[in-house]
Design a protein around this ligand. Structure first.
Ligand code: NIG
Ligand code: FE
Length: 411
């Protein structure tokens, strides 16, 4: 017998995000959850007639609040040790991200901290961040390695990411990013050989990573070096992703299109031709407004990608340089700094995030059949997420139909 897990009724609206550009707003709506998946979404009267709340393991009276899909954060570096708060202060005084990296700070400093940290410290750091993400509505998150830059530490990071996935209600999607920076005192080509010959085979044997990412950027990895890593990763069964056109337009977007990557991310300097190439190749652009915010850089233009036929995803890029776990903040910036409509920004943070992670089981939507990963807001519409910026508008989080977070004091 199928289990009626939950009936959530009397929502002011349900944003179902069923398609790349469709918010699918249903007013005065209810949702029935059977075996962890959405069995019905529609007018409260219709849904509750077919699925009486009293027959459900849990009845939730949304009582005029809005319901939206759980956020899918498709780009983070959420596993690290230490912080870089002092670099934040230095950047405010005019130092650039690249200057900090060239001096052995930035990513390289976090690499030293991660190598020195125990597995237990790393795991507890990541679990703390997952708690914060969940409380802010994230139900699926991608987490990259890339602060190890040697075989042993990259494998340790991926093992910790896997343990966190098992231990925490948030779904954690693991990405191998040995090509995140060139280690100190190493030649880039030589290090790329190490990634391909030593790290990737071990990562494939370990069997945790699903994606392989590379930082294709001036003074980091060239297009050719990135291609070598990503093709080798693909040979090991890892789907490519690319950090592309973040500080300079190097050609990472064209590379992502050529490789048929799942996503090309950052894209602050991408052109219309880049957007078209991504659209033609079915690559999801992932825009990371928190990064532009914390770097003081110009934002990517979502319209360029939407007009080309590649509606973008929004993600946090949570890392020690961009210290926000909140998809709500990414949505707010998507609207106020990048000009997206609240509905488009919400679809970008849910449906499109799932596309960037090749999730095609309905994750990121509240369409029938989708996993029941959903948020009850403490507000009457999704517009309040970006409108009421800087605070948490999420009251309750369901993952696979189970309540996994409830704000203190919520009914
Ligand atoms: O996506 N750009 C490269 N990687 C990260 C930053 C990581 C770090 O600074 O620690 C990013 O922004
Ligand atoms: Fe990144």
């Amino acid at each position: 017998m199928a289990d009626l897990d939950a009936v959530l009724h009397d929502a002011s609206e349900v944003l179902t995000a069923p398609a790349p550009t469709a918010p699918g707003i249903r007013e005065d709506a209810a949702i029935a959850v059977v075996d962890g998946r959405i069995a019905a979404v529609g007018p409260t009267d219709d849904v509750t007639r077919e699925y009486p709340p009293e027959n459900a393991a849990r009845a939730i009276d949304a009582n005029g609040r809005a319901v939206v899909p759980g956020f899918v954060d498709a780009h983070t570096h959420a596993l690290f040790a230490g912080d870089r708060a002092d670099e934040f202060a230095a950047k405010l005084r005019g130092k650039t991200y690249q200057e900090i990296l060239a001096e052995g700070g930035g990513i390289l400093r976090t690499v030293r901290a991660v190598r020195a940290a125990s597995d237990e410290t790393l795991l507890s750091n990541l679990l703390d961040h997952l708690d914060t993400m969940l409380a802010h509505g994230t139900t699926t998150v991608e987490v990259k390695s890339g602060y190890g830059l040697d075989r042993e530490t990259e494998l340790r990071m991926l093992a910790v990411i896997d343990r966190a996935d098992d231990a925490h209600p948030v779904d954690v999607v693991p990405t191998f990013m040995g090509a995140h920076a060139v280690p100190e005192d190493r030649d880039a080509d030589d290090y790329v050989d190490e990634v391909i010959d030593e790290q990737l085979p071990a990562v494939a044997d370990q069997g945790v990573a699903e994606f392989c990412d590379a930082f294709c950027e001036a003074d980091v990895f060239t297009v050719e070096q990135s291609r070598r890593v990503l093709e080798a990763g693909r040979d090991h069964g890892l789907t490519p992703k690319v950090h592309a056109e973040e500080f300079t337009r190097l050609g990472g977007a064209a590379l992502a299109a050529d490789l048929g990557a799942a996503s090309a991310d950052h894209l602050l300097h991408a052109t219309e031709a880049d957007a078209q190439a991504l659209a033609d190749a079915g690559v999801t652009p992932v825009l990371l407004p928190g990064t532009a915010f914390s770097l003081g850089a110009d934002y990517a233009d979502p319209d360029t990608f939407a007009a080309a036929g590649a509606p973008p995803a929004l993600a946090t890029d949570f890392n020690p340089n961009c210290y926000s776990q909140s998809m709500q903040f990414a949505v707010a910036l998507g609207c106020t700094a990048m000009g997206m409509t609240p509905a488009d920004a919400m679809v970008a943070a849910t449906n499109r995030g799932a596309a960037a992670l090749n999730r095609d089981d309905g994750t990121g939507t509240l369409a029938e059949g989708a996993p029941a990963d959903l948020l009850v807001l403490d507000a009457p519409s999704h517009v309040h997420v970006p409108y009421n910026f800087g605070v948490n508008t999420v009251e309750r989080v369901l993952k696979d139909g189970r309540v996994v977070h409830r704000r203190e004091g919520a009914a």
